[in-house]
Design a protein around this ligand. Structure first.
Ligand code: COA
Length: 236
């Protein structure tokens, strides 16, 4: 269904904090799987809202019905390191999340609309890298991110104990068509972990009635890179 155009997208500011927390509580209460969403502490929201020009809110008739947070990374913060970014690139990384849409307004393409708007903002500002984490079982978020060009680069524990894909979008170097592609069922995390350890990346998600499937691509093995991947896996 196409989103209606009476929705308004605005930058979130510190004064929106009470509404954000109320919406977050409602979203968490309604989650069928609580592990899909990590509840950030108050200090996180205070930090990302401080300058009022990075996080987006979706409003209907003045009420907040969705948010899409963004955090500019400073120094060698873990998520950039997770996907092999460091040094001078670090200052150009933005991390997205958390994001939420009010349960009454789901499946209208509103996450997609907010995320596309956010992507344009950071592209226009000259950012090169966007990272985000998504629970493997969160099809809605995964599908939206992969459609925007994000690639799954890692599968690891984040926020202490929650299993997450780490996704990366390189805004300056769009992904080329992979040299080879493998399909894996969404629940087969062991095979996905193995493919990631060999240098594959997740680049597609398909859903039939029975199961979610992921597409993993690879840019081509040289003998040396293949040997290194296998040695890395044997050592881990
Ligand atoms: C994840 C979330 C933000 C998606 O919002 P949304 O506006 O409903 O998403 P969209 O309408 O843009 O849909 C994106 C895709 O997910 C699918 N989808 C959305 N909700 C779905 C559901 N409940 N069941 C199955 N598919 C769903 C849509 O059909 C669409 O699929 P497609 O890309 O194959 O067409 C919303 O479900 C939510 O707030 N969830 C709880 C919080 C959360 O998990 N946040 C993400 C982690 S920080």
């Amino acid at each position: 269904m196409e989103p209606h155009f009476h929705y308004e997208i605005k930058f979130l500011k510190p004064q929106h904090l009470p509404e954000i927390l109320t919406l977050q509580n409602l979203v968490i209460e309604n989650l069928p799987d609580k592990e899909c969403y990590y509840q950030e502490p108050l200090a996180f929201f205070e930090k990302v809202l401080a300058d009022g020009k990075n996080c987006l809110g979706l409003f209907e008739a003045g009420d907040l019905i969705g948010f899409h947070m963004a955090c500019l990374l400073e120094g060698n913060e873990a998520i950039g390191v997770d996907i092999g970014l460091g040094g001078s690139e670090v200052s150009l990384i933005v991390q997205w999340g958390p994001t939420a849409i009010h349960p009454k307004y789901r499946q209208q393409g509103l996450l997609k609309m907010l995320a596309d708007h956010h992507l344009k903002i950071f592209r226009d500002r000259g950012y090169e890298h966007i990272c985000l984490t998504i629970a493997p079982q969160n099809y809605a978020s995964l599908s939206s991110a992969i459609r925007q060009g994000f690639l799954i680069k890692r599968l690891t524990y984040k926020f202490g104990h929650l299993l997450r894909y780490v996704l990366h979008l390189d805004l300056k170097r769009p992904c080329k068509a992979p040299v080879c592609q493998v399909r894996v069922t969404g629940s087969d995390l062991e095979s996905q972990q193995f493919l990631l350890s060999l240098g594959f990346y997740g680049s597609g998600v398909l859903r039939s009635q029975a199961e979610t499937e992921l597409l993993f691509g690879h840019d081509g093995f040289s003998g040396d890179s293949f040997r290194k991947s296998v040695v890395r896996r044997q050592c881990s």
